[in-house]
Structure formats: structure tokens, C-alpha cells
Design a protein around this ligand. Structure first.
Ligand SMILES: [Zn+2]
Length: 572
């Protein structure tokens, strides 16, 4: 009872202190900072996204690439540190980090943000696979590929970039799986190999170097770190998986959230965030980033290749960070610059410098419906594209030539032209897809591009019925493709009386008007109407016939037929 009295007295004071501490110190971060609220504002991830996007936007391959917009992308990262009154008492089942970004611990597992290249594959963290998953989502959304988990292109871009950028954080290429840490703790194995923990200087900060105290890494003894981690691991709701042990993440003062707010890990990232403000992205001073090596493309493996390369690329990044751990720890702005250029590389590999443009040109006479599909393929990067293949797929028409055409190489400024012949009775219903594949040895590139022809500038004109008697009415209809509002010049109306020029289509490119055939029009005359669309340089004709009363059906008082078919029923 007395014990309860004391708690009742000190709890409000403790609550106040921790609230104050919470407000006054930097926000928790589970990687480069991404927190967006209060004094804990630490938006390094967002900074990396924006800087990488600027590089991508200035890349000639970006134009017409369909890559998502930066504001949408940035909205898919960022977390808020939960400033609610929960003081993270043991077993309080609350979550500390929530938001749109992958650092929201209810959205991803901790191990998705880590990869320790010094440990055996399979138990060394999941970041490369997490980056790959969201990269696939980005490509599926951008290229309309079926399947996938409905990841939007903006989220795919943000999250794949996030997990890759985490690989440049020294504290994200050390550590081990929770399952192993829990066993170590239970069996009293507190002496941990440096392969797991990384070097002891990670306890301090470049501006405040410090030796780790006993139990927190001194002599590789991590007794306290393990014990505290296991408590924290269990102290979370069912939505989160705190499945990665980072010995430097919970070593702050052991009171409430302070243990991670004042941890070595968080302290360093706050330092990094401050450094990048002082030393923003410097293209000339970027350290070597992992090399992206395109794979030889095949039609079937384009996206699988890139996805596997993303996983490899993340592992390379983690290895480079681990091999240069002290350099990146001492110079976080360099690690940030390297992650900016690597994120740009990752995104650049989803688009191509190959830019096909396709048009369909009517070539045959109006009756044989032959069209030429012309593809102009430009290469907008300085490296020559080699072994280029252009493939056409036609539905609603017949291909009259080889579907795949090969072009030895395409250099920047020297576009290649390829042509196919197709036959289609109704070109407006014909679907044409042109895919281009080419090899880039040095430039990160998807090595694949797809283009659909601009709607053919076509004009369809009809006069209905096509046989009419004097005094009868006909309907003149015009459909223009592409569908747009435009002026029509209609001549050769002959005996037709009706609306006067100027004539315009509606927004759908559609025009329709009724005309009466002058009563005095002699029978058995054929008239041809001409329609011109100057704006689209289109022209076409349609004809009709004025028939006489002697026509048999006239006598029978029936509407004249356009023509008879074997059912002897009028054809609408
Ligand atoms: Zn992260």
C-alpha cells in the first residue's frame, strides 16, 4: 500500500519530465530520418527522394517516361512519432512510429530496413528483398503489368528508394535477427562478434566520440543492450514486428521513449540530418556508388532482370557501406550523397533512353485497307544502344510483314525508322503495340520501351441511306480521329438542302446532320460529297444515289433498300 502511495506521488512528475524530454529532443528514427512533426522533424529520407528526383528529371530519358510525380512520391514516405501520453511502459502494447512511410512499424518489419553483409545469406536482413518487392510494384504500375499487390507507382518508387537508401546508413548494415538475439540473451551469450555489432565507435557520435560503457558494448559485452532489446521486442502490439536487433538503437536513458530517442543510432541520424543541411548534395564530391550492371535483355525477362538487379544492388550498397563504415560514419553527408545517386540509378533503371514513336499511315486505296506502321526510335542518351529489336503486336488487323525487326545500333541524334505493313478493315478498332529492346552496357536503363501509335488521323464519312429518292432525306455523318472539335469543309452537296457551313465536329470528333434531296433532282444520279479537315490535313468522300420512282420498291411504298442480301430483309 505504502509502495502505491509513492508511485501515486512520483508518477505525475515522471510523466511531466518525460513529456518535456519528448518534446525537447529529436524524434525517433528507424533509418535516415523521416519524421515530420514537432521538434523531432528529421526528413532526410524526403530530402534524398527530392534530390534523386531532380537528377532523374534532368535525365533525357525522363521525358514521356510515365514516372510518378515527386509530390506523390514524397507523400509515401514520412512518419510521425507518436506523442501520445503512452510512456512506453513495459508491455504497453503501443506503437511508436506511424505514418505513410515504410518506417511506420505497423507497415513493415524492422528487418526490412536492415541488411548485415557480414552474416550468412537468409538470416542477415530483408532490405534488398523489400526494395525488390516495391520496385516490382513500381514497374507493374508504370507499365500496366497484371498481377502484383496493387502498389501504386508513387509508393513503389518511394518505398524501393527508402530501403535502398537505408543501406547507406552505418547502423543499418550491422545487427542480427531477433530470433538469434533472443537466444543469445536467454543463453547468456552477451559477448557478441563485431561482425554482428560493428565497431565500438558506433556508440558515440563523430562530434562526440565515446567508448561504450560496460554491458553496452565495452569489450563486445552487450548484456544491457540485449536485455533491453528483448523487453522492447515483446513490448509491442500485434501489428508490428521488431524483428531485428541493432545494439545501438535502444541504448539511451532507460526511461520511456528516451531509450531510443537518445540512442547512438538516433543520435547519429540526427547528426547526419544536421550535416546535410550544412553540406547539401554535392555532385562532384559523391563517393563511389555501387555499379549498376544491366543484364542482357530478353522479351520474357525484362522486369525480372531489373528486380533481381535491384536486390543485388542493395546488397552491393550494404557491402560498400560496411567496407567504408568509419568513413560514412564520420561523413554522413557523403553517405547521403551516395544514397541520392543510388536512388537516382534505381529509378533510372525503370525507364529507357529508347523512345519509340509510332504512327499508322494509310497507304493502300480506300478498299484494300492497307496501312503502314512507322516507328521512329530515338536514343536520347549518349551511349549507343546496340542489338536493338523492334517488335510489333497487332490485334484487330493482319500483320503483312515480319513482326520483329533488328537494328544494329541507335546513337543519340540518329533515330532509326522501322516499318511494318498491316491490313485492317477498321483501323479505328485495330490495336497496335510496338516494343523496343536494346542493349546498354554502361547506362542503367530498362533496355525496353513500349509505344502505342497515336490514334491515326482518320476520317470516316457516310451518307445514309446511300440511295434516296428526290424529296427524301439523308444523314451525313463524319467521324474524325483523333476525337476532337474541329472545322469541316463540306463540298459537293449537290441536291442536298440543309444546314449551311461552317460545319464543326463536337469534342468527340463527331458530326451528323440531316439533308433533304431537292424534289427536282433527276433520278439515277450519283453524287459525291467531299469533306476536308484542314487542321488535321484529312480529306475524304462519300457518295449517294438519287433513285427514281420507277424503282419497284417505290411503287410498293417501302423505303428503298440500300442493297439486298440473301435474307431479303432490309439491312439497317
Ligand atoms: Zn527505413
Amino acid at each position: 500500500m505504502r509502495k502505491l502511495g509513492i508511485w501515486l506521488k512520483i508518477t505525475p512528475a515522471l510523466l511531466l519530465v518525460s513529456l518535456l524530454c519528448n518534446f525537447l529532443c529529436s524524434g525517433p528514427v528507424l533509418a535516415w530520418g523521416a519524421t515530420t512533426c514537432f521538434f523531432g522533424r528529421c526528413m532526410t529520407h524526403q530530402y534524398i527522394l527530392r534530390a534523386a528526383y531532380e537528377l532523374l528529371e534532368n535525365d533525357p530519358a525522363f521525358v514521356d517516361s510515365g514516372f510518378p510525380g515527386i509530390e506523390e512520391i514524397v507523400q509515401n514516405d514520412g512518419i510521425d512519432w507518436q506523442t501520445n501520453l503512452s510512456m512506453d511502459w513495459i508491455n504497453s502494447s503501443q506503437y511508436d512510429l506511424l505514418g505513410e512511410g515504410p518506417d511506420d512499424e505497423t507497415k513493415t518489419a524492422w528487418s526490412d530496413h536492415f541488411y548485415n553483409p557480414e552474416l550468412a545469406e537468409g538470416s542477415n536482413g530483408n532490405a534488398p528483398m523489400a526494395a525488390k518487392k516495391y520496385f516490382i510494384g513500381l514497374c507493374q504500375a508504370m507499365y500496366g503489368i497484371e498481377g502484383g499487390e496493387g502498389i501504386s507507382s508513387a509508393k513503389g518508387a518511394a518505398w524501393s528508394a527508402h530501403f535502398l537508401a537505408d543501406m547507406f546508413v552505418p547502423y543499418h548494415v550491422i545487427g542480427m535477427l531477433a530470433s538469434e538475439a533472443i537466444v543469445m540473451n536467454r543463453t547468456g551469450n552477451y559477448i557478441l562478434d563485431e561482425k554482428i555489432t560493428g565497431p565500438a565507435f558506433l556508440y558515440g557520435r563523430p562530434d562526440k566520440p565515446e567508448e561504450p560503457p560496460s554491458g553496452w558494448g565495452s569489450g563486445q559485452n552487450f548484456y544491457n543492450a540485449l536485455r533491453r532489446y528483448v523487453e522492447y521486442h515483446n513490448d509491442v502490439g500485434p501489428e508490428a514486428q521488431r524483428d531485428w536487433f541493432d545494439p545501438w538503437y535502444l541504448n539511451g536513458p532507460g526511461f520511456g521513449d528516451l531509450k531510443y530517442i537518445y540512442s547512438s543510432h538516433v543520435g547519429w541520424e540526427e547528426y547526419a540530418n544536421a550535416q546535410r543541411r550544412i553540406k547539401p548534395y554535392d555532385a562532384l564530391g559523391v563517393p563511389d556508388i555501387p555499379v549498376w550492371l544491366n543484364r542482357y535483355p530478353t522479351w520474357e525477362t525484362i522486369f525480372d532482370n531489373q528486380a533481381e538487379l535491384v536486390e543485388e544492388y542493395c546488397k552491393k550498397a550494404a557491402k560498400e557501406t560496411r567496407d567504408n563504415l568509419e568513413y560514412y560514419w564520420q561523413n554522413p553527408e557523403k553517405a547521403i550523397d551516395a544514397s541520392i545517386e543510388s536512388v537516382y540509378t534505381l529509378w533510372r533503371s525503370t525507364i529507357s533512353a529508347l523512345k519509340p514513336q509510332v504512327e499508322i499511315i494509310p497507304v493502300g486505296s480506300e478498299d484494300d485497307n492497307i496501312y503502314q506502321v512507322r516507328a521512329i526510335i530515338r536514343n536520347v542518351c549518349d551511349e549507343v544502344a546496340q542489338q536493338v529489336l523492334a517488335k510489333i503486336t497487332v490485334t484487330g488487323g493482319v500483320l503483312e510483314s515480319e513482326s520483329i525487326i533488328s537494328i544494329a545500333e541507335i546513337a543519340n541524334g540518329v533515330p532509326a525508322e522501322v516499318n511494318w505493313d498491316i491490313q485492317s478493315d477498321d483501323i479505328t478498332q485495330c490495336q497496335v503495340v510496338v516494343e523496343v529492346m536494346g542493349v546498354f552496357e554502361h547506362t542503367p536503363d530498362l533496355q525496353y520501351a513500349v509505344a502505342r501509335p497515336e490514334p491515326v488521323n482518320t476520317l470516316t464519312i457516310s451518307v445514309s441511306p446511300s440511295q434516296v429518292y428526290a424529296g427524301g432525306t439523308v444523314t451525313v455523318t463524319v467521324q474524325v480521329y483523333p476525337r476532337c472539335e474541329t472545322g469541316l469543309v463540306i463540298t459537293g452537296l449537290g441536291p442536298l438542302r440543309g444546314p449551311e457551313s461552317p460545319y464543326y465536329t463536337d469534342a468527340e470528333g463527331w458530326f451528323s446532320a440531316e439533308f433533304e434531296v431537292d424534289e427536282s433532282t433527276p433520278a439515277n444520279r450519283r453524287f459525291t460529297i467531299s469533306v476536308e479537315v484542314t487542321e488535321l490535313e484529312l480529306a475524304g468522300t462519300a457518295s449517294f444515289q438519287v433513285v427514281s420512282e420507277s424503282n419497284w420498291w417505290e411503287r410498293e411504298g417501302r423505303e428503298p433498300y440500300r442493297y439486298k442480301d440473301d435474307t431479303d430483309q432490309p439491312v439497317e
